[in-house]
Design a protein around this ligand. Structure first.
Ligand SMILES: CCC[C@@H]1OC(=O)[C@@H](C)C[C@H](C)CCCCC(=O)CCC[C@@H](CC)/C=C/C=C(\COC)CC[C@@H](O)[C@@H](O)C[C@H](O)CNC1=O
Length: 155
């Protein structure tokens, strides 16, 4: 199904970018892309977002496997009926597996996208995190749309 291809492309892009950062950059090395806003900074994170639950790898394995099973279930069950829904699930699936591969083989996650929105140093993240966040955002949009449709049908 097309959505598994989207997920696979995310995983490939995520792993290629992490491989380049891990082999071509020193830890904490910073390459400015847009001075003052966007940098590639080689970083490692043994936790989840913002370094929470540092080192709790088993927790991350269990949560990620749970997320992947749920995504595949909903992808089979309803993913085919809505492009938006299928795409959001594919992005989350790709992102979750991308970070899972890092946790499994590196014992930590490679991060490198370092942005300073409004001068504030937001966490350093990677392609998998971006796919996860965009996927979750699309999922919320889909749920919001469904809710609005349901309300219209009731009237
Ligand atoms: C994106 C989820 C994080 C990702 O979850 C995953 O892997 C999933 C599949 C498995 C986790 C074990 C479970 C998620 C825990 C929930 C969570 O975390 C709440 C998140 C809220 C969200 C609100 C929007 C923040 C987003 C933040 C960031 C992303 O910004 C684009 C900053 C990312 C940097 O801290 C970077 O160092 C993180 C590192 O790469 C490891 N990544 C993970 O753990």
């Amino acid at each position: 199904m097309i959505y598994y291809i989207i997920a696979a492309l995310i995983i490939i892009l995520d792993q290629i970018t992490k491989w380049i950062v891990a082999t071509q950059m020193e830890i904490s090395q910073k390459i400015p892309l847009i001075d003052g806003f966007l940098y590639f900074t080689s970083h490692r994170n043994t936790g989840a977002a913002f370094g929470i639950l540092e080192g709790q790898m088993w927790f991350f394995y269990i949560v990620t496997i749970g997320v992947v099973i749920a995504i595949v279930y909903f992808m089979q069950k309803e993913g085919r009926y809505s492009k938006l829904y299928g795409t959001s699930l594919a992005l989350i699936l790709g992102g979750a597996i991308g970070n899972f591969i890092d946790r499994l083989f590196r014992g930590e996650v490679v991060d490198f996208i370092d942005t300073y929105p409004f001068g504030y140093n937001f966490a350093i993240f990677n392609v998998a995190d971006s796919a996860l966040c965009i996927g979750v955002a699309l999922l919320f949009i889909k749920m919001f749309q469904d809710e609005r449709k349901a309300k219209k049908e009731i009237k």
